[in-house]
Design a protein around this ligand. Structure first.
Ligand code: NAG
Ligand code: NAG
Ligand code: NAG
Ligand code: NAG
Ligand code: ZN
Length: 524
């Protein structure tokens, strides 16, 4: 009851929509290709007024969310979003600085604190526990409490240490659930939807054995996807990673040998265990030819490992938007609604290699998937939340001119060594010798004009030498649209996210919209 009293002021606070018209019209159409407009006083005034009027005419949406879609850009730090927006605009011939990615159009934005129980800078495993199960945990563990240390298999099996994800809350609430990713479906972020493990690398029983543990004590992640309480009930699973599901005596459709030691073919088992029309797909053509209305369950595995980068243009690989579209159409068949997890998983991988162009292109692809989801859903019954698990060390630095190529050299030279530097660089990363040379005991920077930054695989400069670039510890942004999206403002722990999504959709162990008495009334 005290919890309900706590919510009463919120119920009483009914913001009324401003029906005022944009007063400074007639609305001029501005030319997004022009940098000249930026010099005009009128431009900035109109831009600000239009933003303000849009906010004033958008009342908080206090309906109940039937569906929740959570989009995770893995490693999509705030500078990644900024650079991604500029990159996208520059490719489309508009002034990149003025461009907006799809989720940047959302009305409500907050910041999520990403640290884990034992690390200031987090990984994708412990953060998955936070943003999917609402409890922070140890680095490299998934779906278990902080009482489980890395590799502690018995502790991970103890029911008391197991966390329940929002996908499980959705299934318990009579809804459907699904996941889509560009990584292996057994990789850390998607595993947070359905798995409980003391090590994110236990993707197959071979991995468990190889890491010195006994698969009998330590069920691997692929197996949990097929047999587990949540995994076995997911209606849609799309991504990569066939080899984690196939015995080492077989090869997959791409010609790669399976990894499993237990002789199980988990793909066949998945198909045989499902009632109704359960489809297994291995390529884009099959995905585009699939009728979602005639599909009860869908397992799409489009690569032996992670999906190819979008820039590598593999014709057989579906885009994240294509997978998201089919996932929404299949899940929408459930009249009770659904929870869908969508991951742009390779933004992170490209950053680790300091391949900035690929990281930005994957960010744009992620934005396209959000656009598709908005087209296919209704903001009055579908909450869309977009965020990242952790940041990266990428930065946009120096004082490049407006319309400087975001993936090119900075228009300015260093005022110390008089050599050029790139607009984008990293705090650390691989291939140190590419960027620094030693002359007479002095370390000097290589002249970047001798390197090719037009290539899609160009690697970008960094400070500290590492085998791969690391994550960053900065807060990440949370963008929300739809029912109760106004809850997502402010600065809060990442572990708050599932409770806010659960509140909007009446799911999970915390307070929800369905507990509110009286119900808030939306007044247009
Ligand atoms: C921005 O830069 C691109 C590439 O250099 C150039 O083609 C375009 O004309 C520039 N736009 C403006 C408005 O300066
Ligand atoms: C395949 O798995 C079996 C156990 O089922 C194992 O004995 C064998 O060494 C594995 N083969 C390879 C090539 O790893
Ligand atoms: C796609 O997969 C199906 C089997 O699932 C196969 O028959 C077809 O040849 C594949 N298409 C391509 C282009 O690889
Ligand atoms: C699978 O991914 C690899 C590595 O990115 C890529 O070379 C290969 O073309 C991909 N295979 C398919 C079928 O897309
Ligand atoms: Zn990550």
């Amino acid at each position: 009851m005290s919890a309900l009293r706590f919510w009463l002021p919120l119920v009483a606070l009914q913001l009324t929509a401003c029906t005022c018209q944009y007063r400074y019209g007639p609305e001029r159409s501005w030319d997004l290709r022009s940098t000249a407009e930026l010099k005009s006083k009128e431009f900035w005034f109109h831009d600000a007024q239009r933003t303000l009027y849009e906010k004033l005419s958008t009342p908080p949406n206090q309906y109940r969310a039937k569906n929740v879609i959570f989009f995770l850009g893995d490693g999509m730090s705030v500078p990644t979003v900024t650079a991604g927006r500029i990159f996208d605009g520059q490719l489309r011939g508009v002034v990149g600085e003025r461009n907006q990615l799809e989720f940047e159009k959302f009305n409500y934005v907050g910041l999520s604190k990403t640290y884990c129980v034992n690390k200031q800078v987090a990984d994708s495993a412990c953060t998955a526990s936070a943003y999917l199960s609402g409890i922070k945990a140890n680095y490299l563990t998934i779906g278990v409490t902080a009482d489980v240390e890395l590799n502690d298999c018995p502790a991970a099996r103890n029911p008391q240490n197991r966390l329940s994800s929002i996908a499980e809350w959705a299934l318990k609430g009579g809804k459907s659930a699904g996941l889509v990713t560009t990584t292996r479906v057994t990789h850390a972020s998607p595993a947070g939807v359905y798995a409980h493990t003391s090590n994110r690398d236990f993707e197959s029983d071979y991995d468990v054995t190889n890491l010195g543990q006994n698969p009998g004590n330590c069920p691997d992640i692929a197996q949990q996807l097929i047999d587990g309480g949540v995994g076995s009930r997911l209606r849609v699973v799309m991504g990569g990673g066939t080899i984690k599901f196939l015995p080492n005596s077989t090869t997959d459709v791409y010609g790669n040998t399976g990894q499993r030691l237990d002789g199980r073919n988990l793909i066949e088992e998945w198909q045989q265990s499902k009632p109704g029309n359960a489809r297994v797909l291995f390529n884009r053509t099959d995905l585009l030819n699939t009728d979602p209305q005639d599909t009860d369950f869908l397992l799409g595995l489009f690569n032996s490992s992670h999906l190819a980068y979008h820039l590598d243009d593999s014709v057989d690989t579906p885009t994240l938007a294509e997978m998201t579209s089919t996932a929404i159409k299949v899940l929408s068949r459930d009249p009770n609604g659904y929870f869908l997890f969508v991951e742009g998983g390779r933004i992170d991988h490209a950053h680790h290699e300091t391949k900035a162009k690929k990281a930005l292109d994957e960010t744009v692809q992620f934005s396209e998937a959000v656009r598709k989801a908005r087209q296919l859903t209704n903001p009055w019954d579908t909450l869309i939340v977009v965020s990242a698990d952790h940041g990266h060390t990428v930065t946009i630095s120096g004082y490049p001119d407006v319309n400087n190529s975001i993936v090119g050299l900075n228009s300015e030279l260093s005022n110390v060594d008089q050599l050029p530097y790139t607009a984008i660089s990293y705090a650390n990363g691989p291939d140190y010798d590419r960027f620094y040379k030693s002359t007479d005991g002095e370390v000097e920077r290589v002249d970047l004009r001798t390197l090719d930054f037009t290539d899609r695989d160009a690697i970008y400069p960094h400070g500290v030498p590492m085998t791969e670039e690391t994550h960053g510890g900065g807060d990440v942004a949370v963008y929300a649209h739809g029912p109760w999206s106004h809850l997502f403002t402010g600065v809060y722990e990442q572990s708050t996210l599932p409770y806010m999504m659960g509140f909007a959709s009446c799911l999970g162990p915390g307070i929800t919209y369905c507990d509110l008495q009286p119900k808030p009334v939306y007044r247009a």
